[in-house]
Design a protein around this ligand. Structure first.
Ligand code: S3P
Length: 445
């Protein structure tokens, strides 16, 4: 995990960014690929797996519960599953590091197995709310002993006789939805999740691919009803993980804000539940071409050609939030360089991510000379109309990879560089961020 001594990062751009790059595999899909392969009967192969710390935490946990998981080469993994219902009692605590996705999805899996697991994590994960999964999973028969406020460390005792559940999501959360669907795999009845606002649907797509008995139906209010009937045998698969749009967003915005830049970012996943950032940047006037659209592992993918653009501030429609929830920090950076004001609301969920991303970004932007107004559920950014931001600050990243990368990118368009206090968190989701950015022409100052 992370080194004890913080390792600051300062990136600068002396010239336009140029060239082509491939971003790493999608984090959400990589977690699910390991979990479902570990539940299938037989041997699956995964290519393009993200080898960031978060996904490695999932791999270690699945191993601790009996799956045979082996790395064959870069991004290439072999997984021999235990079958639904076959997870074993882990000997020690499950170390989740910084990863909310590992924690919440694995809680779903453990909840309907007759085993007990203790989940531990870093200081950031220890502040994040787990009640949102504990509540529905308790109704399925799981029992919890959590730290105060429903936080980690927590102990989960899985149900001996799991119960089905019919649940309407109170928050738009793919993690809560996925935890319930994964729990439902080991219940011999139908479990239903209704989501009023669609969230990323990788679990549904992949579960169907593995042969789970799962249906998705649109609801009259625009939401979706997902039903899973447990005890279907999952069949091993050969999976290819598309590039992560949440990682692609950093070089994408970097090219937009550094004059003269042009980048080709290859193999980016553009699932409609994930591509909000591209749509919003286009609304702001970004020049982004989607080339060579294709399907990879059942997911829509394209190469993105992006050129430096004069961006305009807009009111970002709140309903787009679930399709770009992790991209707001880097959108704030794009907004800081745009002409006029950008208003982003309906994003209170950002307050319970790896850090309070509204507060952490507002502080760092202000320190870098950008004028912002923090709202309970959003942020208003006064753009500098293409002028560089003053910069010159050292910003706190608070164990949050996306905060670190956002300010590293802001620094590329700053009069005086912006220093990120610790680069270590970047390894949770995008270990090659720095080499890819320097290959494109950025320089470490
Ligand atoms: C994720 C869902 C989102 C997202 C997270 C990954 C997933 O979280 O922020 O990075 O893989 O399901 P929420 O479900 O809390 O919105």
């Amino acid at each position: 995990m992370h080194a004890e001594t913080p390792h600051p990062l300062t990136l600068v751009a002396d010239a336009p960014l140029n060239g082509r790059m491939q971003v790493p595999g999608d984090k959400s899909i990589s977690h699910r690929a390991l979990m479902l392969s570990a539940l299938a009967v037989g041997e699956s192969r995964v290519e393009g797996l993200l080898e960031g710390e978060d996904v490695l935490a999932t791999a270690a946990a699945m191993r601790a519960m009996g799956a045979d998981i082996e790395r064959l080469g870069p991004g290439a993994w072999r997984v021999h599953g235990v079958g639904v219902g076959g997870l074993l009692q882990p000997e020690g605590a499950l170390e989740m590091g910084n990863s909310g996705t590992s924690t919440r999805l694995l809680m779903g899996l453990v909840a309907t197995h007759p085993i007990t697991a203790t989940f531990v994590g870093d200081a950031s994960l220890g502040k994040r709310p787990m009640g949102r999964v504990m509540e529905p999973l308790s109704r399925m028969g799981a029992a919890f002993e959590a730290s105060p406020g429903g936080r980690l460390p927590l102990m989960l005792r899985g149900a001996q006789t799991p119960l089905p559940l019919h649940y309407r999501l109170p928050v738009a959360s793919a993690q809560v939805k996925s935890a319930i669907l994964l729990a439902g795999l080991n219940v011999q009845a139908e479990t239903v999740v209704e989501e009023p606002i669609p969230t990323r649907d990788h679990s549904e797509r992949m579960l169907q691919g593995f042969g789970a008995d799962l249906t998705v139906e649109p609801m009259a209010d625009g939401g979706r009803r997902i039903a899973v009937t447990g005890w279907a045998e999952l069949k091993p698969q050969r999976l290819v993980v598309p590039g992560d749009p949440s990682s692609a967003a950093f070089p994408l915005v970097a090219a937009l804000i550094v004059p003269g830049s042009e980048l080709l970012i290859e193999g980016v996943g553009l699932n409609p539940t994930r591509d909000g950032i591209v749509r919003v940047l286009e609304m702001m006037g970004a020049d982004i071409e989607r080339l060579n659209p294709r399907l990879v592992g059942g997911e829509p993918v394209a190469d993105l050609r992006v050129r430096h653009s004069a961006l305009k501030g807009i009111e970002v429609p709140p309903e787009i939030a679930p399709s770009m929830i992790d991209e707001y920090p880097i959108l704030f950076v794009a907004a800081a360089l745009a002409e006029g004001r950008t208003v982003m609301r309906g994003i209170e969920e950002l307050r319970v991510k790896e850090s309070d991303r509204i507060a952490t970004m507002a502080e760092g932007l202000r320190a870098s000379g950008v004028s912002v107004e923090e709202l309970p559920d959003g942020l208003v950014v006064e753009g500098r109309g293409g002028e560089k931001v003053p910069g010159g600050a050292t910003v706190e990243t608070r164990l949050d990879h996306r905060i670190a990368m956002s300010f590293a990118v802001l620094s590329l368009a700053a009069e005086r560089p912006v220093t990120v206090d610790d680069r270590a968190p970047i390894a949770t989701s995008f270990p090659d961020f720095l080499p890819l950015m320097t290959a494109a022409g950025a320089r470490e100052a």
